[in-house]
Design a binder for this molecule. Structure first.
Ligand code: BG6
Length: 513
């Protein structure tokens, strides 16, 4: 594969769609004293500014309960940005960026605080020429969504003035099951229309996730093979060496299936399995993804027992460090039945994918971190070089992270007089080919929301469809009297042996990462 990008005027080079430049606006972050603001949101906005993509007229208002001044908020954010920013902090740039950040103290439930917010936003519009455009970012627990949205509506902040816009970004978890997701959607859509609602799934903002569509639809060689005639199966893996990292209470009520599969992994599956959209408009792309969600074969309790493995990490050692069992983590029940690992076999029941299993696995405290999609092609016939069936199949691996890139395993002749066939790799690395670091997911997503491009955000029907699929698994896990077992695995391993058996039964095995 060529390792240097050609210079061309191909609009896809700049992203999945021809995004207009972001317009002047004010970004209002609810829950501004939370971790996400410090680790992701402000560093992302700073990096957008450093890349020269932030509109000159832009203000950021942090809305939170704690007592802080604009100055103390700015200096905390400076420290965080120094630590978490993708690019080093340029003092001059930071100063001009920080001058646009403000802190607004209020309880979430205090209507008067929203009235003051509305006045402050009007004043900022006048002083900063932000034209009445507002992006509200709900970085709060889902239980707070309803109250905040209701109060925004009560003071009219959900309504944009003529020629302006008002949008809302909603963070995950977006519900805990289908009924709760539906009622959250009702709450949000009572206040903001679906077109102004941006549900974040940060995996969609990852450069390599966006590249799946480019790989499939901007190359002639893959798409003709991208179906059940040539593909044997697909594996999607998201492995993390980290544990729950102080998020015990959240994780106890969530587990790996709701935390990762319902959103990130099903989104990746949709990008791999979807049909080509007619154009790159947000709804054209999302229509195709929804069709995949609808085609997921619903799992009966028997199928869950057979095709879904749930696991929980026991104590173990990762990179030479002893780590405790999940049940010994802070604020986790010593008898917890929450899964920290899931492996499942999924079928997409449509014309293209009939008979091709998608194996999905995700887990915490695994041996190594990495997210990848491996598309394994069917083997060549058992003749010529494959008489003894020793020639392995071609595998196309899309590495979402780390070491973002794509590799294709092909068979080659080992040099020498005898005919010995050996697998070799054609490898493309983002880092070396493009010579610049990929933007962080939140950079891309904030920029898109400011520009009014919802392509990389989850639509209501996608989210609800994914919950419908996942709810059946949860229901089977909680059925009485004999729910399927929760399998223990040692921290630092690759998950429970039952997950290996899931593939072995089909004559396959997980790819070693
Ligand atoms: C989050 C989950 O959505 O994604 C976390 O809540 C998980 O549990 C994280 O660790 C993984 O994201 P990334 O970008 O580090 O792969």
């Amino acid at each position: 594969m060529s390792t240097h990008p050609e210079r061309s005027s191909n609009p896809l080079r700049e992203g999945l769609s021809n995004r207009p430049m972001p317009q002047p606006c004010t970004v209002v972050i609810f829950g501004a004293s939370g971790d996400l603001t410090y680790r992701k949101l402000i560093p992302a906005l700073y990096n957008i500014a450093a890349d020269g993509d932030l509109p000159a007229a832009l203000s950021v208002v942090g809305f939170a309960r704690r007592e802080k001044s604009d100055a103390s908020f700015r200096s905390e954010l400076e420290e965080a940005t120094r630590k978490f920013s993708r690019q080093g902090l340029n003092e001059e740039l930071w100063q001009s960026f920080a001058d646009r950040i403000f802190y607004h103290r209020s309880e979430f439930g205090d209507l008067e605080g929203y009235q003051r917010l509305a006045e402050r936003l009007d004043q900022l519009d006048r002083e900063r020429n932000t034209r009445g455009n507002r992006l509200f970012y709900l970085s709060v627990a889902p239980g707070e969504f309803g109250g905040i949205l209701e109060k925004l509506a009560a003071v009219g902040l959900n309504q944009a003035g003529p020629g302006s816009w008002a949008r809302v970004i909603v963070e995950k978890p977006f519900g805990t099951d289908l009924p709760s997701a539906r009622s959250l959607n009702e709450v949000v859509n009572n206040v903001f229309s679906e077109k102004d609602t941006y549900r974040i799934d940060h995996y969609l903002g990852k450069e390599t996730a966006q590249n799946i569509m480019v790989l499939r639809f901007a190359n002639a060689i893959f798409e003709p093979l991208w179906n059940n005639r040539y593909i044997d199966h697909v594996q999607i893996t998201a492995a993390e060496p980290l544990g729950v990292e102080g998020r015990g209470p959240y994780y106890e009520s969530s587990g790996a299936l709701r935390d990762m599969v319902q959103n990130h992994l099903l989104q990746l599956l949709c990008l791999v399995a979807m049909e080509p959209p007619t154009d790159l408009a947000a709804d054209s792309v999302r229509d195709e993804k929804v069709k995949v969600v609808r085609a997921l074969r619903p799992l009966s309790p028997e199928a869950v027992a057979q095709d879904v493995v749930r696991g929980q990490y026991a104590a173990g050692s990762i990179q030479g460090r002893e780590v405790p069992a999940y049940r010994s983590e802070d604020r986790v029940s010593p008898e917890s039945m929450t899964e920290t690992y899931v492996a499942l076999k999924v079928h997409v029941d449509n014309w293209r994918w009939a008979g091709v299993p998608f194996y999905v696995r995700v887990g915490k405290r695994l041996a190594k971190g990495g997210t990848e999609i491996a598309v394994q092609f069917k083997n060549v016939p058992g003749v010529l070089f494959n008489r003894d069936l020793s020639v392995g199949p071609n595998v196309l691996v899309i590495r979402i992270q780390p070491d973002e890139g794509i590799s294709l395993r092909i068979q080659a002749k080992h040099p020498g007089a005898s005919v010995k066939v050996e697998p070799v790799k054609m490898d493309f690395h983002y880092g070396t080919s493009f010579g610049k670091a990929s933007p962080e997911a939140y950079e891309r997503l904030l920029l898109d929301a400011m520009s009014g491009d919802a392509t990389l955000f989850a639509r209501r029907d996608e989210v609800e469809g994914a919950w419908e699929f996942v709810d059946r698994i949860e229901a089977a896990w909680h059925q009485h009297p004999t729910p399927p077992p929760l399998c223990a695995y040692a921290s630092g391993s690759w998950g429970p042996p039952e997950a290996d058996a899931l593939l072995e039964r089909d004559g396959r095995s997980w790819r070693r990462m």
